[in-house]
Ligand binder design. Structure first.
Ligand code: SF4
Length: 174
């Protein structure tokens, strides 16, 4: 008998292994780019380098990973993030594909919400029922200071209100 098979786990090790088997939640970054330049994340003063499109998983590659790797490993709850995931042109299709997998119990998106007004209805139609929206301030001027000069002004601010009117459950962290 090999030394490995003779090894006995301590109670502590066994409970750690049991806890690891309970991990069923996976965050998937769909894109590294963002339409904001938050001071604490992608400041305008910093020289940013993003991945080339060919280096990012396609929707088909992502679905292969989910179906053939993550689901068999026990993952059943997924969150799509970025960068800003709503910048991904095939996001609605990705949501539809993931939501249609029988084993998927929960699917959510974390977004800065800026493009939500244009996409919320399609995302809902594709099966999305949960969103987290990062909103750094309820004051338009403070908000613009944090997320970058391109988003100053009342028009930018009003886009949020339009997105919130869609029939999706919102988890807001203010
Ligand atoms: S919205 Fe999120 S991903 Fe985009 S720059 Fe701000 S913190 Fe980073």
């Amino acid at each position: 008998m090999s030394r490995i098979s003779e090894r006995r786990y301590s109670e502590e090790e066994e409970s750690l292994v049991a806890a690891m088997n309970l991990v069923d939640y996976l965050r998937i970054s769909l894109v590294d780019r963002c339409n904001f330049r938050c001071q604490y994340c992608m400041p305008q003063t910093q020289d940013l380098h993003f991945l080339a499109r060919a280096e990012i998983l396609t929707a088909a590659e992502l679905m292969t990973l989910i179906r053939q790797v993550f689901i068999p490993l026990g993952f059943s709850r997924f969150r799509l993030t970025g960068g800003e995931p709503l910048l991904r042109p095939d996001l609605v299709e990705i949501v539809r594909e993931i939501a249609s997998v029988r084993e998927v119990e929960d699917l959510a998106i974390t977004t800065n919400g800026f493009l939500l007004a244009d996409q919320a209805a399609d995302l809902y139609g594709a099966g999305l029922r949960r969103l987290n929206i990062s909103l750094d301030s309820l004051r338009p001027e403070t908000f613009a200071q944090i997320v970058g000069q391109d988003h100053q002004g009342q028009r930018s601010w009003q886009r949020y209100g339009q997105g919130f009117k869609r029939p999706i459950r919102l988890d807001l962290i203010l």
